[in-house]
Design a protein around this ligand. Structure first.
Ligand code: AMP
Ligand code: MN
Ligand code: MN
Length: 324
């Protein structure tokens, strides 16, 4: 075993996991491919070592997002209120403890909280902090952590890890794709990951109704001249009219960012409570992380999010920030 990434807590985290009989694992609320893939990889890996493992995220009920059925998260998932109180608590892909939602208290209550993440500005909320902002994904870190714990990365675990890496790198197109990322991806492919099948599951299995929603959202997209900003929104009524659900709408932001007339894309997605989850993407170098943090959210410099009450008011604020 060797310390990785120059992290002083790495070896201690390996020792803590190896010594634990049971581990509760949680990822951030509204989990994306990296959160789900990291969660399931850690769940399967630690189980392979004979530990009792429990997986959750802090939303009740914990609804599994669209397109990730092949991860079989339902086999592992415990509702947050039922998550056993274990000494060792592994938090994955959370830039801050509040990203744990209903499980936020576990970060401070557990005897040993391991905070594994790749968000810049992570506030090191764990007792042990494995934070590597240069990593493509939390899945990349989970893979090395599991290997250092003696886990054999089998095909099922490789599928989970691949999911995290391909979703957080936008299929290896973003600047977080490093030579190490591709080396790791090559290892995963070598383990038999069916990459085309997974791509088709994640990005190519939306219902026809999604195309109608895409039409609505692109039809009302607006370009904010002078700010390099394109935005659109999805209201609850749009979901009802088109017969779609919000978790099918994750890819809308990618359609918006495909214009060369804007380097920043923003989509507003209305939640059941009426508020909007805002997703921001930048083609660089301008940071959307700063915009999200200033509004109580977070994320990476080129991919970030926050919650807002009103679309036009928020766009006006972002426009002001971008043009001053
Ligand atoms: P998304 O647009 O939901 O795909 O999120 C992009 C990035 O921003 C991910 O790294 C998320 O974890 C992060 N993010 C999204 N929403 C929030 C939020 N409300 N607070 C903190 N980070 C967020
Ligand atoms: Mn994530
Ligand atoms: Mn991530």
């Amino acid at each position: 075993m060797r310390s990785r990434y120059g992290l002083s807590d790495w070896d201690a985290a390996v020792s803590a996991l190896c010594a634990a009989d049971e581990v509760a694992i949680a990822c951030h609320v509204n989990p994306d491919g990296d959160a789900l893939g990291s969660l399931m990889a850690a769940y399967l890996g630690l189980r392979q070592l004979g530990k009792r493992t429990f997986a959750s995220w802090g939303t009740t009920p914990a609804k599994i997002p669209y397109g990730y059925g092949f991860l079989h998260v339902e086999d592992a998932l415990t509702d947050p209120a039922a998550l056993p109180r274990t000494d060792t608590f592994l938090a994955l892909d959370c830039g801050a403890a509040d990203r744990l939602g209903e499980l936020e208290g576990r970060a401070s209550d557990s005897r040993c909280t391991i905070n594994l993440d790749h968000h810049p500005g992570n506030d090191n909320f764990g007792a042990l902090n494995l934070v590597v902002p240069t990593a493509s994904s939390s899945a990349e870190l989970v893979m090395r952590l599991l290997q250092d714990c003696g886990v054999e990365i089998d095909r099922a675990i490789a599928v989970c890890l691949w999911t995290g890496v391909v979703t957080d790198t936008g299929r290896f197109q973003y600047s977080n794709t490093s030579p190490e990322t591709l080396t790791l991806a090559a290892e995963l492919l070598g383990l038999g990951v069916p990459a085309p099948d997974l791509a088709s599951e994640i990005w190519g299995s939306l219902p026809f109704a999604y195309l109608r929603l895409l039409g609505v959202v692109l039809g009302r997209a607006r370009l904010v001249a002078g700010a390099g900003l394109v935005y659109s929104w999805v209201g609850l009524d749009d979901l009802e009219v088109t017969g779609t659900s919000l978790d099918e709408a994750e890819g809308l932001i990618d359609a918006l960012r495909s214009t060369r007339d804007a380097d920043i894309a923003v989509i507003f997605k209305q939640q059941d409570d009426g508020k909007f989850r805002v997703s921001l993407r930048s083609k660089g170098p301008r940071s959307v992380g700063a915009i999200a943090r200033a509004r109580g959210g977070g994320g990476h410099e080129l991919a970030a999010g926050f919650t807002a009450e009103d679309v036009e008011e928020t766009v006006e604020g972002i426009r002001r920030d971008l043009t001053r």
